[in-house]
Ligand binder design. Structure first.
Ligand SMILES: *[C@@H]1O[C@H](CO)[C@@H](O)[C@H](O)[C@H]1NC(C)=O
Ligand SMILES: *[C@@H]1O[C@H](CO)[C@@H](O)[C@H](O)[C@H]1NC(C)=O
Ligand SMILES: *[C@@H]1O[C@H](CO)[C@@H](O)[C@H](O)[C@H]1NC(C)=O
Ligand SMILES: [Cu+2]
Length: 350
């Protein structure tokens, strides 16, 4: 009775906010180069923390039949396992939106990171990605690896314009021979590797400049939009998605590996910007586009049923299973969706 009285008194006073549930405020994702040096260091330290933390069971070791050692590996494992069900499908962007938001939560809840997931606006760097602040040897993720010749035995053609291929030589992840534990390709066995990059400045300038981003934003409906984001599985008909993956990963870097790409921490900055392009496209006509979803449910299979808002999404042990409809609005914060972040700026049609 006395406690109840006290609550009523509190609610009537300045502490009103404690009684009326106010919706949470979205956290704000910012472009990497706009972070202060100490904010960049906080982010990199949180990434190092997830890389060092032991994996969650049952995938994790010990005892593990796989190479899932670190908490970070849980994410890479999830991506490898679902590679053929979340690329070149209608839920490609929705799944990767959830994946990046899941990583953001891991950094915040498990490693004390207080910021939001930064993004890489590649349109600012497309003219020369080698000079990107994201690749800075001191405040960024380090740059290219030394030259490795084309592999003549590979069934996959070399990425045009590739310039590196070896272990990265600078930045916070250089000199580590076991920072990557899974892959290459779909291998889930323990295979300690360094982080590799194989920059292709020409591939990046072709697909990551503002012109390609504008072409993407100008698409009339989600089906076309998604198709232009992903492009065709061909170096001659790629899109902004492949532009970032092959521009940084080339033939030998993890970023160029369809399965193991999240093993490079830059993956999440690239995918945050792809997500920002989608959110920007949605913002151009929100009443229609916040519910517009379509595209094949099976990889590149135009006869498979179109994906709908009730299509299921899973990130394995890293988060709770949900649906496409739940992630359509990035700043829903519990009102019609569980995501709760936004961007400091969006692209507009020029
Ligand atoms: C955009 O510009 C780049 C570099 O100038 C060029 O290679 C590419 O073909 C252009 N893309 C489009 C869609 O116009
Ligand atoms: C998927 O939807 C598109 C229009 O958004 C339509 O043209 C296509 O026929 C549909 N595909 C299937 C398999 O129903
Ligand atoms: C494409 O999807 C349809 C419908 O689900 C299925 O019958 C067909 O076998 C699939 N094609 C391939 C090549 O998997
Ligand atoms: Cu992916």
């Amino acid at each position: 009775m006395i406690v109840g009285m006290k609550n009523i008194l509190l609610c009537a006073s300045a502490a009103l906010a404690a009684c009326t549930p106010t919706p949470p405020t979205p956290i704000v994702r910012k472009e990497w180069r706009t972070l202060t040096t100490s904010q960049k260091a906080d982010y990199i330290n949180a990434v190092k923390c997830i890389l060092a933390k032991p994996a969650l069971s049952p995938e994790g070791s010990p005892p593990s039949p796989h190479g899932v050692i670190s908490r970070y590996d849980n994410l890479v494992y999830t991506h490898i396992q679902q590679t053929y069900s979340v690329h070149y499908v209608g839920h490609f962007l929705a799944w990767h939106r959830l994946f990046t938001a899941t990583y953001e939560k891991m950094l915040r809840n498990e490693c004390g990171y207080i910021g939001a997931q930064p993004y890489w606006d590649w349109t600012l760097d497309a003219a020369d990605i080698t000079a990107s602040p994201v690749l800075d040897p001191v405040t960024g993720f380090g740059g290219n690896g030394p030259w490795v010749p084309d592999d003549p035995t590979s069934w996959f053609p070399p990425v045009p314009g590739r310039t590196g291929g070896g272990c990265i030589v600078d930045g916070p992840f250089a000199g580590l021979s076991d920072v990557v534990h899974l892959g290459p390709g779909d291998s889930l066995a323990y295979n300690p590797q360094c982080l590799k990059r194989d920059l292709s400045p020409s591939f990046a300038s072709r697909y990551l400049a503002m012109n390609q981003t504008q072409l993407t934003l100008s698409q009339p409906d989600f089906g076309w939009f998604n198709h232009i984001v992903e492009g065709e599985p061909s170096f001659d008909a790629s899109g902004i998605h492949g532009g970032g993956h092959y521009g940084l990963g080339g033939s030998f870097g993890q970023m160029g590996d369809l399965h193991t790409s999240p093993a490079d921490p830059i993956f999440h900055l690239h995918h945050a910007n792809l997500d920002r392009v989608w959110a920007s496209w949605q913002n151009l006509n929100p009443s229609v586009r916040l519910t517009d979803i379509s595209g094949p449910s099976l990889m590149m299979n135009t006869s498979s049923p179109n994906v709908t808002l009730s299509w299921p999404l899973s990130v394995g042990v890293n988060g709770v299973d949900t649906t496409v409809g739940d992630v359509m609005k990035i700043d829903a914060c519990g009102t019609g969706g569980s995501l709760c972040y936004t961007y400091d700026s969006f692209y507009t049609l020029l």
